[in-house]
Design a protein around this ligand. Structure first.
Ligand code: GTP
Ligand code: MG
Length: 569
């Protein structure tokens, strides 16, 4: 709050552009963070934004000054003193005023503004002879007032404290919209605890330019006026009104009225008060919301994610798939490098990848890029990887919670909750995504060259063994039938056909044994390669289902803070 001082206007000018920027920033903060900010604060901020937009749209550059306070303090009397005519009803029966009355200074049309304020009773003040002609006529010497009251809309409000609740409501409604408050009190009620607690605290919340007037000062001695205004200043400071200064007035003797008029002229000067009030409201609303956001947020990309990736990989069945990949490699290796005459046994061993229904695709490229989710399953079906066990599921849950807790470290509760809500809600989407990731990952690779080389050798030695066997058979048959046959060549003491059979079989079997051993090494390598691919695929799922949603909340948090800081800064 900034009390108006005597002399030249001291209210710092707020440009329309500055007000517009602050209003926009506050409304942007509401767009990005309304759900995570305190609902009461959000409601206030929405009202402030609406008010700023509406008020800025009203032409005329008026300053709305409200006389508010307890019943019988002399609001209507002060109003008439400033207007210079008996416009407002002054009564001995309390409360007198039930609807606000407006006095308008200057040529600019204030009807749009008064419609917006909801004030029906209007009086245009004749300003022909200086600031507040009537006031001048009554008690103010024009020469004493520096400046003019042109552009002022003075409101005489209903009381704030009577038994009429509707009066209080009406006063509160209008006070929400005015630019300058004048709290009018009297020697009897100035220390009333209820007024201070309920009324002055409300004024400090409204954050408008404020002025306190102790009216009916003619009822006190000069000494008592000093004491009472001093007391009242202290009470105002205790109420939170900074730099509180009290003005003593009397509508009977005219004491203090010129000074009061001067202060009103100061408030009107530069037409700054309305924007000042709106700025103060915006800053007040944004400051209140600012306590609902932290000063910084965690960088999700920097957080350790090993626990998360590992638990998700386990849930995706990656270890089971890798075992199958290893077995598949050994099986395929045997089909290409095993001893030719033992390969038929391969038919008995079940295809490990087929058992998991992972054998139908060569990898991602076979899935059209634009096909997603259920369509992928329609195209490829589901895998038959066993569903994750309860302990695996709870490990994922634990790792996710841990990660989210780390990510939302230091955030206010509502934001932390939003971060938690943003990640997969256990509706099966994560499990489906993991399955899709495994299905979409290529589990095989190019056949190794050594398979081809060994295969050629196996065929060569197989043919050698077979040729030797057939030769032996022919020799045996011709011996049996006592048919003449040419001399059988020999190697040393052994006949060549036998040598061919023995060499063919021994080399074939030996090569098979060596290849089996080498295939174990190759299978482990294949496991590593495919393991890397699966880790990448699972990491993408982690990104999509956990990191990105969490990061989105944190980004909104940052935006909200930046907008609120821009609104208050
Ligand atoms: N002695 C003295 N009496 C005053 C002064 N100002 C107002 N009064 C009297 O106080 C009574 C109340 O004045 P109003 O102006 O009606 O007071 P109000 O604050 O508008 O009251 P409500 O409309 O009920 O809220 C009237 O009888 C006035 O004549 C003053 O400065 N000195
Ligand atoms: Mg009145």
């Amino acid at each position: 709050m900034s009390p108006i001082r005597m002399g030249r206007a001291t209210v710092r000018a707020v440009s329309a552009a500055e007000l517009g920027t602050r209003t926009t920033e506050l409304s942007m903060a509401l767009v990005s963070g309304a759900d995570e900010l305190d609902p009461a604060g959000v409601a206030v901020a929405r009202r402030v934004v609406a008010k700023a937009v509406e008020r800025s749209g009203i032409g005329g550059d008026h300053t709305v000054v409200a006389l508010a306070g307890a019943t019988g303090s002399g609001k209507s009397s002060l109003f008439n003193a400033i207007v210079g005519a008996d416009v407002a009803t002054i009564g001995a029966r309390r409360p007198t005023t039930s609807r606000p009355t407006a006095g308008v200074w200057g040529d600019a049309d204030a009807s749009e503004l008064l419609d917006w304020l909801g004030v029906a009773a209007r009086h245009v003040v004749d300003t022909g002879s200086g600031p507040g002609k009537g006031a001048a006529d009554a008690v103010v010497a024009p020469a004493q007032v520096v400046g003019s009251l042109d552009g002022m809309v003075l409101l005489d409000l209903p009381d704030f404290d009577s038994r009429e609740l509707s009066h209080r409501r009406e006063a509160e409604r209008v006070l929400e919209l005015v630019d300058v408050f004048v709290w009018v009190t009297d020697p009897q009620k100035y220390a009333d605890a209820r007024l201070h607690d309920e009324f002055v605290s409300l004024l400090s919340q409204h954050d408008a330019v404020t002025l306190a007037v102790l009216n009916q000062s003619d009822r006190l001695t000069a000494e008592a006026v000093k004491t009472v205004t001093g007391d009242l200043s202290k009470l105002l400071v205790a109420d939170g009104v900074a730099d509180a200064k009290v003005l003593a007035t009397s509508t009977v003797t005219g004491q203090g009225i010129p000074e009061f008029t001067q202060r009103l002229a100061n408030a009107v000067a530069g037409h700054a008060a309305s924007r000042q009030r709106l700025k103060a409201d915006i800053i007040g609303a944004a400051t209140r919301l600012r306590s609902g956001v932290s000063d910084s947020e965690v960088d999700v990309a920097e957080l350790p994610r090993d626990g998360l990736d590992t638990s998700l990989a386990r849930a995706a069945g990656v270890p089971i798939v890798l075992d199958a990949v290893e077995r598949d490699y050994r099986r395929e290796a045997f089909a290409h490098t095993g001893w030719l005459f033992a390969r038929w046994t391969k038919g008995f061993a079940a295809d490990p990848l087929r058992r998991l229904r992972l054998d139908r695709t060569g990898g991602r490229p076979t899935i059209p890029v634009e096909i997603e989710g259920a369509d992928v399953r329609a195209l490829l079906g589901r895998s038959s990887i066993p569903a994750p066990t309860v302990s695996t599921v709870s490990a994922v849950d634990l790792a996710t919670r841990h990660f989210v807790r780390e990510a939302s470290h230091g955030l206010p509760v509502r934001w932390a909750q939003a971060t938690e809500d943003a990640v997969d809600g256990g509706d099966g989407a994560l499990t489906d995504a993991l399955d899709r990731a495994v299905i979409g990952t290529s589990l095989r690779a190019r056949r190794p060259v050594w398979w081809f080389v060994v295969n050629v050798m196996q065929w060569a030695f197989g043919i050698v063994a077979l040729a030797g066997l057939i030769w032996c058979a022919v020799l045996w048959a011709s011996a049996l039938l006592q048919l003449p046959h040419p001399e059988t060549p020999s190697v040393g003491i052994l006949p060549l056909p036998l040598v061919l059979v023995v060499v063919g079989v021994l080399v074939g079997v030996g090569l098979g044994i060596l290849s089996r051993w080498w295939a174990r090494v190759g299978a482990r390598h294949r496991r590593t390669v495919v393991g890397k691919r699966l880790t990448e695929s699972v990491a993408l799922v982690t990104d999509e289902h956990i990191l990105v949603p969490v990061d989105e909340v944190l980004a909104r948090h940052r935006e909200t803070r930046e907008h609120l800081e821009a609104a208050t800064g």
